[in-house]
Write a protein that binds this ligand. Sequence first.
Ligand SMILES: [Zn+2]
Length: 330
Amino acid sequence: MARRKRRRQKKITFRITLSQAIVFGVVVFCLLSGIHLGFQGELGDSPTWDDWYAALGLSSTPASTNTVSEETQAVHFIDVGQADATLLQSGDEYCLVDAGEADSETDLLRYLDQQGITKLKLLVMSHPHADHIGSMKAVLEHVTVEQVLLPDFDKAPYPTTRTFERVMDTIEAQQIPTITAQTGQSFTIGEATLTVVADGVETENYNNLSQVLFYDAPGLTVLLSGDGEKEVEQAALEQGNVPKADVFKAAHHGSNTSNTRAFLQAISPRYVVVSCGKDNSYGHPHKEPMQRYQDIGAEVLRTDQDGSVVITATEAGLQYYTANAQSAAA
Ligand SMILES: [Zn+2]
């Protein structure tokens, strides 16, 4: 009798130990996989649950209520392969600059959904190439867009591609106000200001219609120049309109047609983010601009290796998150 009782006790003890071990194992696995795959902050402090969500490209409140902090000042370089889609955020107001290729439509819309975005204060078309406007029609149909900033089409032959026409038809059908980029214009996004510091040059090459945009948010400044090539960079420099910025989106996916030394020196960014596709056929980013980013002391992040990159202002300075921290550490 006593023997049987002891045996039963033993069995119960073992069961508790096994379930405890399983729980412990799961917790350790989650933490380790989170550390290695989901998060890399620049600062040494331990990530909060919001950080984990942000690192995975998720809203901290995946349910219905959007509780984005009014203080959040961020730039999101969304991974859309060999293309561009840059999201500027100030509190709960957003501006999207370019909208990737058509084949990244699902990824782009999912990213906007995960951030809880239903409205864009401003949608910017840097220039009418497919890797910048491919999913723009889908974005216009998916969220409310208050206004659209277009490049100055008087500076080039008017685009005639079907992709471009579909975007323009959708803007017209939805009666969204459009504005043609002009140097000196500015737009308010939450607590931030987006200024057109240069508006492209007369050209046969659509890349050179790209505006140079300066985003000035509390604790965070960003410079974007689309696929603007050296002519755009030179014109902006000659006009004396290139401000210093914390973050620079590598011009033209890190191509050697752009990213001139003088332009980079004027911006002197702390971070350069290259938006490009893995093993892309253009060889972007080219080695010469990569060397120049290094020469000016900037840290380079790349969507082909790091996945989507988010840089935010914090009280302790800038902090960045990448969707794939393993590569970012390499
Ligand atoms: Zn491009």
